[in-house]
Design a binder for this molecule. Structure first.
Ligand code: FMN
Length: 177
């Protein structure tokens, strides 16, 4: 396989874990987007970029948006890590929300991350607890996947699982369309 690199942006560690699992499986490096230099990234043929999902936005995509002109000849794959359970509709909603312009046709994969209110920054914790109070007052029948997670997960849950990188590896290795 050609030279690959995994870039990632992770606030609480789940995306980093997936990035490191993928890098280990492919025998390449995992580097934080904040530390990545586009000139060095240009040396790779395959760029796999992973980002945690916060308020529907995929972290780290700004690296691609900013540098796309220099990377457009590369094979680029994106994976998002969120708390929602996997569902095709979750992936299409993330695509619609995050993939604009030249990023539109990039392949997007999804891995389920973690939810730990105690580990969150003060601001994130306040935000999530406010959200939880609002969700608690709603009719459960109206809840979408994230609302259900917020109400069911308690304050701490870890859904990370190495098996979730398999579709990414299959795609990279050409075992899947
Ligand atoms: C402020 C905040 C907003 C979040 N918003 C979403 C969201 O919109 N959709 C989702 O699926 N998960 C959401 N999550 C859950 C994170 O995606 C999940 O914790 C994931 O593991 C984060 O990746 P990281 O561990 O690499 O930081 C949110 C978490 C926080 C703290």
């Amino acid at each position: 396989m050609n030279k690959a690199i995994v870039l990632y942006q992770s606030k609480y560690g789940a995306t980093r874990k997936y990035a490191e699992w993928i890098a280990e499986a492919l025998g390449c490096s995992a580097v934080e987007t904040k530390k990545a230099d586009v000139e060095q990234v240009r040396e790779y043929d395959l760029i796999i970029l992973g980002g945690g999902v916060y308020a529907s936005g995929i972290a780290g995509l700004s690296f691609l948006r900013k540098n796309y002109a220099q990377l457009k000849e590369k094979r680029i794959i994106v994976f998002a890590v969120g708390a929602r359970p996997f569902d095709e509709s979750v992936v299409s909603a993330l695509k619609e929300h995050n993939f604009k312009g030249p990023l539109t046709d990039l392949p997007l994969f999804y891995c389920r991350g973690a939810w730990d209110e105690e580990a969150m920054t003060w601001g994130d914790r306040v935000l999530c607890r406010m959200l939880k109070k609002i969700v608690a007052k709603q009719d459960p029948a109206s809840h979408g996947p994230l609302e259900r997670v917020i109400m069911e997960a308690g304050t701490k849950h870890d859904w990370t699982d190495r098996e979730q990188i398999q579709p990414i590896l299959d795609f990279v290795r050409g075992n899947q369309p």
